[in-house]
Structures are given as structure tokens and as C-alpha cells.
Design a protein around this ligand. Structure first.
Ligand code: SF4
Ligand code: SF4
Length: 403
């Protein structure tokens, strides 16, 4: 077996402490799932010695990466599990995995007639048929699609700059592009007030959905396309910002691991969460705030797992708390269970819902008016579990910026 650098590092660095096993949300609700170490690192050891196949239960790994966030040795257990998944001989890679591994496919299709797409995905007979034929759960909450895409809205937005604007590159991600363009437009409008013009090149999907659906071939294709763009766009010292934590993590960590890149730090040093970028402009932002009704509302904050493992803290939360003085409490209830498309799969929907119950209970105890989180699919899950509005920090901030 030829090992990649990622796999060699895992074998060398894992100290068998089992911290990852004890923190895995899937292992905590699904007794058939033996946990991250046994599936990722231990399988690698066995595969070297006995040429063994990965055990089928690895398919239940959601790629939430909670294990990676807690591992004291920096082992990429979640990514190793996805590599093991792609080695499962009996793994079916049907239409569902094809659809879920590139959300822009469905986004472009539904965008032809979004009203009909949203209505159809909500109809019971359609849900029933989709579960029976494609394996998408009839119980799972489906994300709604926007009538206009982010790029369509951006084309129509003509901000006026008082002086020659600075430029920043933005990766919106598929959820902002097709489902919730308000997230991206909030960022663009805030940045215009800070005298930044936002450049949105012709990126493809970041490739995280393809990793989670064991389509690493697609991730490689997307990564090569996106990195070619970055070589052009970042050469004049511009920075690259993200509103989606999974996209940020994919660009910062997964491209390096999956493409086996050695010299990558020149790129990663230019990449950051949009909340961090705004925090760096805190004083200018403070002068732009209206602060209408800010004190009276009570919010809960759900930290997306991929933001946690990206290792940049929770800048969106810090921004809303320190700059706006919002009454916002972190839930600290762990993974919401959705993990991209994981919770939409018929055989995994119950695992996703069981994991999400911790978040639901924490929200119920807190009784906020709304929940705030950076991740699009977390927002779909938390909204379905709690029936509360769920917003991105950028949307909350944009509402308080003076016109
Ligand atoms: S990525 Fe998540 S589900 Fe998979 S092994 Fe790690 S903690 Fe468990
Ligand atoms: S937490 Fe890291 S070091 Fe500990 S068993 Fe898991 S992979 Fe190995």
C-alpha cells in the first residue's frame, strides 16, 4: 500500500490516547460506529500489515472533524476516514453522491425555476419518491433555494466609493450562491462602507462536499481550478475571505492534504474568516453602527464544527459581542449533526437528528429570540430542530450598519 504524507503523519503522530473516540458525536449515538481512531488510524495500521479492507461502518463518519479539533497530535482523522470510505469496495456511488458531492449541480438546476424547485422538494409524494429512488430522507429538512443567486444580486449592486477602493477577494461558497445570498450581500455592503471593493472570481465549489461523499477525484479537480484562480487574484497582496467555515477549512487544510502540496503557506496566510477580517477593522466599524434595539434581544450562538477545527476562534461571535454588545450566549452543545449533506441521507437522518438533540435542548434551556451561526447547513438543521430564526453573524451586523 502506497501511503500519502497525510497517512504517514497519522501513523507517526497518533499516540493512541482515544480522546478522538470519546468526543465523536456519531459514536455517541450509533453503537455500530466504532469511533474515529479505529476507523482511520487503526485501519491504516491493519491495511499495511494485512492488506485489510476498511470496515463498512466508516461510511457513518460524518466528516464533522470534531475528532480533529480535539486530537493533541494534529492527526487529520476525519479526512483519513473519508479516504478509507473511498476504499470501500461495496460503497455505492450513485446519483445521490453525485448530487451531494457538488451542490452547484442542484443549485444551477433548481435556479432555472426556483419557485417550482422549492415547492417540489416540500411535497410529500415527491419526498417519498426521492427517498425510495435516490435515498434522500423524506424526514430531513431541505434547504430552500433563493429566487436570485448571489452573483445576480452582486451584478446589480453598484456601491459609491468616496475614494479609490481597496480590493479583497471573496469566496462565497455554494450555500451563499444558491440558498442564502443575503449572507454574501451583507458582507459586500459592510465592506463597501469600509471602502473595499469585493472581487468574486469564477470559483468552483470548494470541494468539501465531495470529500464527505468520498469523491476525492472531484475535490482535486475543484482544488486545481480554484488554486489557479488564486495564483492570479492574490499576487498583488489581496486577501481571500470566507463566510462559510467549511469552505475556509477546505482551502486552508484539505487542499494541502489532498493534493499533497508542500509549499502552501503563501496562500494560507492570505486566507481568513470574514469575521476576522472585519474584526481587524473594528474601530472603523464601530463608527458605522446604529445599535437599534440591540440590548433587548437575546441570542444563542452555535459554533460550527469546521470553524472550530479551522483554528481561527469565533471572530463572528467576538464581533457581535464586543462591537455591538449583543446578549449572545454560546451553546457549547457540540455538533448539530447535519454535517453538510450527511443528515439528508435516508439511512443517516436518525443519527443526525439524535446528535442534534443536544443543540435543541441547549436552545430550549436558553430560550433566545434567534440563533446565530456561520454555517449554512447548520442553520437549516438548527432551524428545523428549534423552529427559531437562524442568522449568520454578517446578517446581524449588516442590519445595524447605518445606511
Ligand atoms: S469526523 Fe466526526 S463523525 Fe467522523 S470520526 Fe471524526 S468526530 Fe466522528
Ligand atoms: S486523538 Fe489523535 S492521537 Fe489520540 S487516538 Fe485519536 S488520532 Fe490518535
Amino acid at each position: 500500500m502506497n501511503l500519502t504524507k497525510l497517512q504517514i503523519d497519522a501513523l507517526n503522530n497518533c499516540v493512541k490516547c482515544s480522546i478522538c473516540v470519546n468526543s465523536c458525536p456519531v459514536a455517541s449515538v450509533n453503537p455500530q460506529f466504532p469511533g474515529p481512531k479505529q476507523l482511520g488510524v487503526d485501519w491504516l495500521r491493519l491495511a499495511q500489515e494485512e492488506q485489510s479492507q476498511p470496515i463498512p461502518a466508516v461510511d457513518y463518519c460524518s466528516n464533522c472533524k470534531t475528532c480533529e479539533a480535539v486530537c493533541p497530535s494534529g492527526v487529520h482523522v476525519g479526512t483519513l476516514n473519508q479516504l478509507a470510505k473511498s476504499n470501500l469496495p461495496q460503497r455505492s456511488l450513485g446519483m445521490r453522491e453525485e448530487i451531494f458531492s457538488d451542490p452547484s449541480l442542484l443549485g444551477r438546476f433548481i435556479h432555472i425555476w426556483p419557485q417550482a424547485g422549492n415547492m417540489a422538494t416540500g411535497l410529500r409524494p415527491v419526498k417519498f419518491l426521492t427517498e425510495k429512488t435516490v435515498g434522500i430522507s423524506s424526514q430531513a429538512p431541505m434547504p430552500a433555494y433563493s429566487m436570485k443567486t448571489f452573483r445576480e444580486m452582486l451584478l446589480k449592486y453598484k456601491p459609491e466609493f468616496s475614494e479609490i477602493p481597496k480590493e479583497v477577494v471573496y469566496f462565497p461558497g455554494c450555500f451563499t450562491q444558491y440558498n442564502q445570498p443575503e449572507i454574501g450581500m451583507s458582507l459586500v455592503k459592510i465592506l463597501a462602507k469600509l471602502n473595499y471593493k469585493v472581487i468574486v472570481p469564477d470559483f468552483k465549489c470548494c470541494g468539501q462536499p465531495a470529500i464527505s461523499n468520498a469523491r476525492l477525484d472531484k475535490t482535486k479537480k475543484f482544488a486545481e481550478h480554484n488554486l489557479d484562480i488564486l495564483r492570479q487574484e492574490l499576487k498583488d497582496g489581496r486577501e481571500l475571505i470566507f463566510s462559510c467555515p467549511s469552505c475556509l477549512l477546505t482551502f486552508k487544510e484539505e487542499y494541502k492534504n489532498i493534493l499533497g502540496l508542500q509549499e502552501y503557506s503563501a496562500f494560507t496566510s492570505s486566507m481568513q474568516d470574514s469575521g476576522q477580517f472585519l474584526l481587524n477593522h473594528r474601530e472603523q466599524l464601530a463608527a458605522l453602527l446604529r445599535m437599534k434595539n440591540a440590548e433587548s434581544a437575546k441570542y444563542a450562538y452555535h459554533e460550527p464544527c469546521h470553524l472550530r477545527v479551522a483554528g481561527q476562534g469565533t471572530p463572528g461571535l467576538v464581533l457581535l459581542k464586543s462591537l455591538m454588545g449583543l446578549d449572545i450566549t454560546p451553546l457549547e452543545a457540540g455538533c448539530c449533526g447535519m454535517a453538510g449533506s450527511y443528515g439528508l441521507k435516508a439511512e443517516k437522518e436518525w443519527v443526525s437528528r439524535e446528535i442534534g438533540n443536544n443543540v435543541k435542548d441547549a436552545v430550549t434551556n436558553l430560550n433566545p429570540q434567534a440563533v446565530i451561526t456561520e454555517c449554512g447547513m447548520c442553520s437549516v438543521q438548527v432551524n428545523a430542530l428549534t423552529e427559531l430564526p437562524v442568522k449568520h453573524p454578517l446578517e446581524v451586523l449588516a442590519e445595524q450598519i447605518k445606511a
